[in-house]
Design a protein around this ligand. Structure first.
Ligand SMILES: *[C@@H]1O[C@H](CO)[C@@H](O)[C@H](O)[C@H]1NC(C)=O
Ligand SMILES: *[C@@H]1O[C@H](CO)[C@@H](O)[C@H](O)[C@H]1NC(C)=O
Ligand SMILES: *[C@@H]1O[C@H](CO)[C@@H](O)[C@H](O)[C@H]1NC(C)=O
Ligand SMILES: *[C@@H]1O[C@H](CO)[C@@H](O)[C@H](O)[C@H]1NC(C)=O
Ligand SMILES: *[C@@H]1O[C@H](CO)[C@@H](O)[C@H](O)[C@H]1NC(C)=O
Length: 539
């Protein structure tokens, strides 16, 4: 009897799936403007979205279509990008200078993106002109569809926690430092959800469990996150459900996102949430408040100390693994894709460096320091405009020569299965992000990568994510299937490095023009540079 009901339900569900072929649409109207903020007690010019700093969260469900009309009321060109949103077949909506013309002051652009086959915690941010130092970032959450199992009970509440280093100077002053050839100065503090010390508060009820979606939206510093007298159970990393490991604190590198569960199992009072910088001296620390609803007292006691060594971080990073039996965006287990059994068709070793070019500070990958052309690469490709970039303008392996400027584009074949080794011979911690993809992080070690290092790869349950750290004088190796045609930005998340050239584009190319592989240029595409005045025609 029960079986029949189940079968019956199943038929109704699948009928429904056929009749409602169109996925839901969600509409957003966003006004981007300057506004006064003073998170560190000093008035400064922030960038707000609909008057908010940080910007509003985007709440979505797997496969939702997000229609986001962005009105630029700044005095400068502006773009938003959607970190970790895979933009399948659709790099035209990625919102970085290589894919989109900037939205001119006083104008608007409507992004049309779909969070296809995704779940998890991400964020959006302004991609141009060092705007990220002034705000305009916010959380993106993609919930599982109602019938897809999630490997933990529904939390009592779900909080976005945006953490990041912060400067009291406005973004134009910081940008001037970089434009004049200097390195970025030391940050002034750390913010939690745009607020200074003890100004961000999260309400909990004793006995209940909460989800915190933590993203590091700062400019360069890795941050350690911890809560006085409470442990953190990691459940999701950039769209993958993890083995549920409990940590006393978590290192969140710049550009990364993590979901943890926190159970309010202590006495009814307030507790410190602590965020402190890693791998730099002096250490910057800020606090927020975990507030029990029946709290009998304010925060007290010593602020818990964070880790101080690199090894803690490396050991923690290696412990973050995919729960192969948990569902992802679909009901089937996340682990059914056997990335460890696919033959690698190309290996790239990417080495970061810094130096002076023409008297100015620059940063490079394999000796090339990226210079953005006036025409987005993606539009040059679409309109077949010559002279904007040369495919193959960055080498697969580090070169020994000095840093030089170029519009670096790596040419790759659609459906190749590639290995990227991020080799960091510098003394800083590096963080790399690739748009349009998530990659399997198969290895991380100190020293130089060699082909022998492959023997120690995790080919079973590596986490797949879109942003990885690379420890000082260390390497990180990732594997990925190039299954998403388009023009995709690979960049340092260390924002001054990104701004001064430590990025390039990966052109994932096919000769086919089938819509199966790539969506057409959007009819509202903004045109600029050598693409100005061209006609957007739909075949
Ligand atoms: C600007 O917004 C209007 C609606 O206010 C919309 O019709 C138009 O398509 C938008 N422009 C672009 C380039 O998306
Ligand atoms: C993995 O996910 C399964 C399925 O939801 C769950 O039962 C199991 O507890 C999870 N395992 C770990 C180690 O997190
Ligand atoms: C947190 O975890 C550690 C190690 O697993 C354990 O010793 C400690 O009792 C836990 N603390 C709380 C508050 O649950
Ligand atoms: C760091 O960990 C590695 C192994 O993971 C070990 O060989 C090394 O001695 C550790 N270093 C320190 C300073 O603890
Ligand atoms: C992988 O490469 C090996 C030899 O290098 C070959 O024998 C094998 O068939 C290849 N596997 C696949 C799936 O192409």
């Amino acid at each position: 009897m029960e079986k029949n009901i189940a079968l019956c339900l199943c038929i109704i569900v699948s009928l429904f799936a056929i009749t409602s072929a169109e996925d839901p649409y969600k509409f957003f109207d966003w006004k981007v403007s300057y506004g006064d903020i003073s998170p560190l007690g000093v008035a400064q010019q922030g960038i707000l979205i609909n008057g908010q700093f940080p910007g509003p969260d985007i709440n979505s469900v797997t496969n939702d279509n997000l229609i986001i009309n962005v009105f630029n009321n700044l005095d400068e060109p502006f773009l938003l990008s959607w970190s970790g949103v895979l933009q399948r077949r659709n790099s035209y909506q990625d919102g970085v200078s290589g894919t989109n013309c900037p939205i001119p002051p006083g104008k608007n652009f409507t992004y049309t993106l779909q969070v296809k086959d995704q779940i998890g915690s991400f964020y959006y941010f302004p991609s141009l002109a060092f705007h990220k130092a002034a705000g305009a970032f916010g959380g993106i959450r993609i919930l599982s569809r109602p019938r897809i199992p999630v490997p933990f009970p529904t939390p009592a509440d779900d909080y976005t926690v945006l953490i990041g280093d912060w400067y009291k100077s406005n973004h134009k002053d910081l940008r001037n430092q970089l434009d004049s050839g200097k390195v970025l100065s030391f940050p002034d503090g750390i913010l939690i959800n745009g607020r200074g010390p003890n100004r961000a508060s999260f309400n909990v009820e004793k006995g209940k469990t909460y989800r915190l979606r933590i993203s590091n939206v700062g400019l360069q510093n890795s941050l350690n996150f911890r809560i006085q007298n409470h442990n953190l159970t990691l459940v999701e990393v950039e769209g993958k459900h993890t083995i549920q490991t409990t940590y006393t604190s978590l290192d969140v590198h710049v550009g990364q996102s993590y979901s943890v569960l926190v159970t309010a199992d202590q006495l009814d009072k307030d507790y410190y949430i602590v965020v402190s910088s890693r791998f730099i001296s002096p250490v910057l620390t800020t606090t927020g408040i975990l507030h029990y609803s029946k709290s009998a007292g304010s925060v007290s006691g010593p602020i818990p100390n964070g880790p101080t060594d690199v090894n803690f971080s490396l050991v923690q990073a290696r412990s973050i693994r995919t729960n192969l039996t948990a569902s992802g965006p679909r009901p089937n287990p996340q682990g059914t894709y056997h990335y460890g059994q696919i033959n690698i068709t190309r290996t790239m070793i990417l080495s970061n460096s810094q130096g002076i070019v023409n008297g100015k500070q620059r940063y490079a990958i394999n000796s090339v320091s990226y210079v953005a052309p006036d025409t987005p690469l993606k539009l040059a490709d679409h309109f077949k405009i010559d002279g904007v970039f040369r495919p193959g303008s960055i080498q697969d392996k580090p070169t020994s020569g000095p840093i030089y400027l170029d519009t670096s584009v790596l040419q790759t074949d659609f459906k190749a299965f590639i290995e990227i080794v991020f080799q960091n011979d510098e003394d800083i911690i590096q963080s790399y992000h690739l748009d349009g993809y998530s990659f399997y992080i198969v290895g991380m070690e100190g020293g130089q990568w060699t082909t022998n290092s492959r023997k120690r790869y995790n080919l079973q349950d590596a986490i797949s994510r879109c942003t990885t750290q690379v420890y000082p004088k260390s390497w990180t190796a990732v594997l990925l299937a190039l299954d998403n045609v388009g023009m995709w930005n690979l960049r340092s998340e260390f924002w001054a490095r990104q701004y001064l050239g430590q990025q390039f584009y990966v052109r994932v190319y096919t000769t086919s023009t089938s819509l199966k592989y790539e969506f057409p240029i959007p009819t509202n595409a903004l045109l600029c540079g050598k693409a100005s005045g061209r006609k957007v025609t739909i075949a």
